[in-house]
Design a protein around this ligand. Sequence first.
Ligand code: ARG
Length: 588
Amino acid sequence: MSTVGLFVKEAAEMLQKVTDIDTAELTRLLETPPSVAMGDLAFPCFTLAKSWRRAPQQIAAELCSRISEQPDYAHIQVSAAGAYVNMHWDRTACSKSLLEQISQEQHYQLHTGQGQRIIIDMSSPNIAKPFGVGHLRSTVIGAALYRLYRAAGYDPVRVNHIGDWGTQFGKQITAHLRWSDPVQMEQNPIGEALRVYIKFHDEAAEHPELEDEARDWFRKLENGDAQALELWRYFVDVSMASLDRMYERLGVEFDAVLGESFYNDKMPAVVDRLRELNLLEESDGALVVRLDEQDMPPCLIIKSDGTTIYPTRDLATAIYRKEVMEGDRLVYVVGGEQTLHFRQVFAVLRKMGLDWAEDCIHVPFGLMKVNGKKMSTRKGKVVFLEEVLDEAVQQAARIIEEKNPELPNKEEVARQVGVGAIIFNDLKNNRQNEIDFSLEEAVSFEGETGPYVQYAYARIQSILRRAAQHTAANELPAGIEQHSTQDQSDPAATVEEPSGWTDSAWELLCHLAGYDSELERAVRLHEPSIMARYALQTARLFNQFYSHNRILDSSPVWREQRLELSRQTGEYLARLMELLGMKAPQQM
Ligand code: ARG
């Protein structure tokens, strides 16, 4: 990938005049050559061989001679292999406008969203249960989408739809009343709540009457029983306190935290509406909406014991987000295992005649495995997740100690690198892929990692700091050696290049020029990984540029250009890390 999309329109117009093929078709046919040294765009001439009844090589030569007027930025060449017309842009002529283009705000702050409001359902853990890895993914992906939408001109709203209602609270209360140790409850409420919750499941396998007891408690809760409510409130409060700690470490905020319980008084209206529309049917004592014509199982609305259920709350939630929160689009960042649930909920909304159901979008993601294994609920993921963050920070600290023991704010940087590594690891692959988490790999400074991106940024900042010192040094009497200050050990770097815009400098510049279209694509596909990969490529191309070009001690004209390119790359890397939810240390 190099000059993707750059001047494609112009190239197609140029070729249209000499081939009589329409520009849309030409645009489709144009290719990006495997390396910038070969050209910026290539036209494969074999595509004309049949209709022109000539060998591709002849066609290439013919086209080149026909293209008599070339725009002043272009330079056309028949490729070495002979079957392609390769086009090179005049780098000196184009670079000025490209540098100008990438420095403009409209290149990174888009307006496609036109202020439309997107309600993002993200994180949404269940609080009487441990914070699962799925919720980590939802948190990290949701937070990134929030910033992507904002950068595209939408008005996004982050909602944490806490799972604070449902039968699990009946279980939690039952377990608590039977087995909780008051001392433990005082010291480690989350751990103790988890312990008795797990015990409930073990015991219930042998004593199914426990399930009835739990159901009774949940019914009491739905009916507003004082003791049930008090206990419920207590569990909500302790869970929220621990969740908030984690959100803070991850740097994630919400615009609204509205648990499922918030919709308790909004569900009866939904049930009434369904009844009036004759959509409710009885099935084994429960009330359902049939979705046969959509080839889906019925959507359960009221269980046979009279209590509401997850889909009921999601119906009320969607209507609230549309009618009260005035969402133009409702996005749900929830694991792929809930695809059927959302299809059912959206289908019921459609059956209710709510045509905005089309604006409800489930944004699913794949499972995260740890060292090849699905994580077990029984292990207590609350602890586990905090531990992962701690370990990542410790590992980052070890690497920093090795690489840069003099670093002044080592601890802060280790935190930024460790947490950033976990976040980046979650975002770098297409969200629907399963990810296999390896801490070792995620925190490494090499490879497709967050630290690799952060490191490229820190390197740029160090170059810019030295450039500033040079400027100051220039005002000193002559004789100060500038040459030794750049620690470029790559031998290629010692050869002065024939032009300021070397292949690697040009490739980096063209890559940055593609930022807006990548952002637009990432938003359209709700896919933060597009920007994560783009960030990796930016870091890679910068490192390549850095090892092949002298920057600080190149000749004065090129020095300015190359510093400007470095500065812009730094700005884009900072923007990308911000989008993804990572911190950008100045030194590491
Ligand atoms: N709390 C749910 C779970 O952990 C996820 C909620 C997702 N959001 C929603 N509106 N259903 O399974």
